[in-house]
Design a protein around this ligand. Structure first.
Ligand code: NAP
Length: 311
């Protein structure tokens, strides 16, 4: 029998939603474990500048913000384990979670595992990931000093990062499959005024080529069918995210058709004792502040649930 560590709440994922939940549950004296695959902050930690998080009129670096949240959760006693979640079982103890060979149990779970970046799914893509294809301009922009890069996508992530990349690159192409951006107006207007950014509308990437590094993209105009090639030093993919819920299959948490978790007012799911917060849940407005708000609500929901169990 493996050694099982028991907690009141296990929080899966240490992005802004999970970290906020951990601040609230541990401050509420619930024995809290956070299990995270990589490092604290999730997608937000890969954002160079967050301009709309309250309290930071000059903007704040996503990594630094996440580190502060992490520190705050630890200050109140939240424990952290780093590893991949292998499975969850619902049992008499509540929920038993296995991660990287260790086993943990808790009466309540808060799922805040966010999304993983979507790939294009074209031939040759995997070969160039790390060799000219990146999912993080904040991490890799410095390699593009004086170089040319393409950003794929038309959402907030793509356009925010295109703007950021122009601090380094001499030219940034934004390649979008439609002829209007999904990104918010303020972010889009910033990019439209940026003379280092050139938009390539109604276009998708059909192929990638290069020797050891990515050198060329094959493009197709989806309206005219016209094919073309574009020489670039790199390509950044910002075409949305795939929800990280594989490990939930064993406990029957209800998802929508795109795989996002369905939640009620206190971030409760259809399974009593399981709550969800942040980008992983079905919602309209994905922001760091809404993820943090979800995390606080999920913690409140979990606290009430545990209180009910004690009665
Ligand atoms: P998103 O809003 O889902 O945008 C994804 C973009 O990729 C869309 O433009 C979409 O095109 C395109 N796309 C999707 N699949 C594609 C494919 N297979 N091939 C080519 N293009 C494809 O994702 P996101 O930009 O990562 O943003 C996620 C959430 O975080 C959003 O709610 C966003 O508002 C939020 N966010 C906010 C900020 C901010 O406020 N500063 C910053 C970053 C992210 P279509 O438009 O045609 O669907």
């Amino acid at each position: 029998m493996p050694d099982i560590k028991s907690y009141d709440v296990i929080i899966l994922g240490a992005g802004p939603a999970g970290l906020t939940a951990a601040i609230y549950t541990s401050r509420g004296l619930l024995k809290t474990l956070v299990i995270e695959k990589l490092g604290s902050g999730g997608q937000a930690a890969l954002t160079n500048e967050i301009e709309n998080y309250p309290g930071f009129p000059e903007g704040v670096n996503g990594y630094e913000l996440a580190q502060k949240m992490d520190e705050q959760a630890k200050k109140f006693g939240a424990e952290f384990e780093y590893g991949e979640i292998a499975g969850i079982v619902k049992d008499e103890a509540g929920f038993t979670v296995t991660a990287s060979g260790n086993t943990y149990s808790a009466r309540a779970l808060i799922v805040a595992t966010g999304v993983s970046p979507r790939k294009l799914g074209i031939e040759g893509e995997d070969k160039f990931i790390g060799n000219g294809i990146s999912f993080c301009a904040t991490c890799d922009a410095a390699f593009y000093k004086g170089k040319t890069a393409a950003i794929i996508g038309g959402g907030d992530s793509a356009i925010v990062e295109a703007n950021f990349l122009t601090r380094f690159a001499s030219k940034v192409y934004v390649i979008h499959r439609r002829n209007e951006l999904r990104a918010s107006k303020i972010v889009s207007d910033h990019a439209f005024k940026n003379n280092k950014i050139e938009f390539i509308w109604d276009t998708v990437v059909k192929g990638v080529a290069g020797d050891k590094k990515l050198e060329k993209l094959s493009l197709e105009n989806v309206k005219t069918g016209a094919l073309s090639e574009l020489t670039v030093d790199g390509m950044f993919l910002y075409i949305g995210g795939i929800p990280n819920t594989d490990f939930l299959s064993g406990i029957g948490v209800a998802l929508n058709s795109k795989g996002f978790i369905l939640t009620g007012g206190n971030m409760n799911t259809n399974i009593p004792g399981v709550f969800a917060a942040g980008d992983i849940r079905e919602k309209e407005f994905r922001q760091v502040i809404t993820a943090a708000g979800d995390g606080a609500l999920a913690a409140y929901g979990a606290e009430n649930y545990l209180e009910e169990l004690r009665r």
